[in-house]
Design a protein around this ligand. Structure first.
Ligand SMILES: C[S@@+](CC[C@H](N)C(=O)[O-])C[C@H]1O[C@@H](n2cnc3c(N)ncnc32)[C@H](O)[C@@H]1O
Length: 368
């Protein structure tokens, strides 16, 4: 997009749809503008011909059709229906939890069109909650509107089913849209690896991985998170599936907790929040990831598995692997990479938006 300028008459308001014109005068596409944000324009339609506001609604319909018959989306009633740039809809995420949709705009442009988007989504659920990303909208200089788009959004958590796992999702107050759908495939892996093992779930949130481990037959389980509310929900999730196993839910800073102990584990999940939200944070974040990985490797038993994630796109797969290599050297452990891990099929990434591939995971195994 270098050399391109947004062509508008007058001063654009946040969320206006404007033509994006190259220096030579060629129309490249149409974008929602955000004059106050570092990203001034997000292209919602490429090319010189525009379907106007209808183009965006057509893209939402296409995203819904794309989810039909996708392998990997069976045996669950919780899926991502719209994945922002990955579906050609920058600034719009829609998750469905059983019949309840959570519509999460991260831009003024998408928030402004939420009612029309809600109409397109009407046949895809019983109710839809508009729950914008407040931090992102503040950056665009617009107030946040939270409301029902249609139907009655329940005040109590929504029960979802994923394979043989059951969770209750707080769509109104939970992190992001309420649950981490992007870790579905990794939860399956944890379930497959857990049998008879001592499992550590670091940054557990509401116990997505802990439940997977318990259902998979873990011998014992420790979950650590700094959010008391998330751990309380995790305890509810674990109650029906972890009756027979020792499960400790620890409210602590996971960095300190990991450094401060020596208890060994056979399966360790490390899923911190994004440690590098900006490029300038990368070296500090790298030290943080390395610290977690090094101590995790020291705690892993011989043959033990570590599933480690970076959800900062600034710390992508190559850097994350280098960090793991440095951590293994410092931990004095021989480590194999069993597989790379990432978000599942309902989180497509557009080739022209590699930043959309924000989740980099490694399945590591202690080989000594
Ligand atoms: C990416 S989410 C984890 C998602 C979770 N693994 C799942 O699959 O549902 C990051 C979690 O880290 C927690 N967190 C943030 N900083 C923390 C810290 N220093 N120590 C422990 N937990 C922390 C947050 O409360 C949040 O639940």
């Amino acid at each position: 997009m270098s050399g391109a300028v947004a062509s508008v008459d007058g001063t654009p308001e946040p969320g206006d749809l404007v033509a994006v014109v190259a220096a030579e005068g060629e129309v490249l596409g149409y974008a929602h503008v955000a004059p106050a944000s570092a990203i001034r324009a997000r292209i919602v339609e490429w090319g010189k011909d525009s379907a106007g506001e209808e183009g965006l609604l057509a893209a939402v319909r296409t995203a819904l059709v794309r989810r039909e018959n996708l392998p990997g989306l069976v045996e669950t009633d919780a899926i991502r229906l719209v994945n922002s740039e990955g579906d050609g809809l920058p600034g719009l995420v829609v998750d469905r939890y059983a019949g309840i949709l959570v519509v999460r705009p991260t831009t003024a442009g998408m928030q402004r069109r939420a009612s029309e988007i809600g109409e397109v989504l009407r046949a895809s659920g019983e109710a839809a909650l508009l729950r914008p990303d407040a931090i992102a909208l503040r950056r665009e200089g617009v107030p946040v509107e939270e409301r029902s788009l249609f139907g009655e959004v329940p005040d109590v958590p929504v029960s979802i089913r994923e394979r043989d796992r059951v969770y209750r999702v707080d769509v109104r107050h939970g992190q992001k849209t309420g649950f981490y759908l992007d870790q579905r495939d990794a939860r399956d892996l944890v379930s497959d690896l857990a049998k008879g093992r001592r499992v550590l779930d670091l940054f557990s949130y509401t116990g997505g991985f802990s439940v997977a481990a318990a259902v998979g037959g873990a011998a014992s389980l420790v979950a650590v998170d700094s959010s008391k509310e998330a751990l309380a929900r995790g305890a509810e999730h674990l109650a029906p599936v972890a009756e027979e196993i020792r499960a400790d839910l620890v409210n602590a800073d996971a960095f300190r907790w990991l450094r401060g102990g020596s208890e060994p584990f056979d399966l360790i999940v490390i899923d911190p929040p994004p440690l590098a939200r900006r490029r300038a944070d990368v070296s500090k974040a790298s030290r943080g990831y390395k610290d977690l990985l090094m101590h995790g490797m020291r705690r892993a038993t011989p043959g033990g598995d570590i599933l480690a994630f970076s959800c900062s796109h600034h710390v992508g797969p190559d850097l994350f692997r280098k960090i793991a290599f440095g951590a293994a050297l410092d931990a004095g452990r021989r480590i194999q990479v069993m597989a790379t891990l990432g978000a599942p099929v309902d989180h497509p990434v557009s080739l022209d938006h590699p930043e959309g591939e924000y989740l980099s995971g490694l399945w590591l195994r202690r080989a000594d």
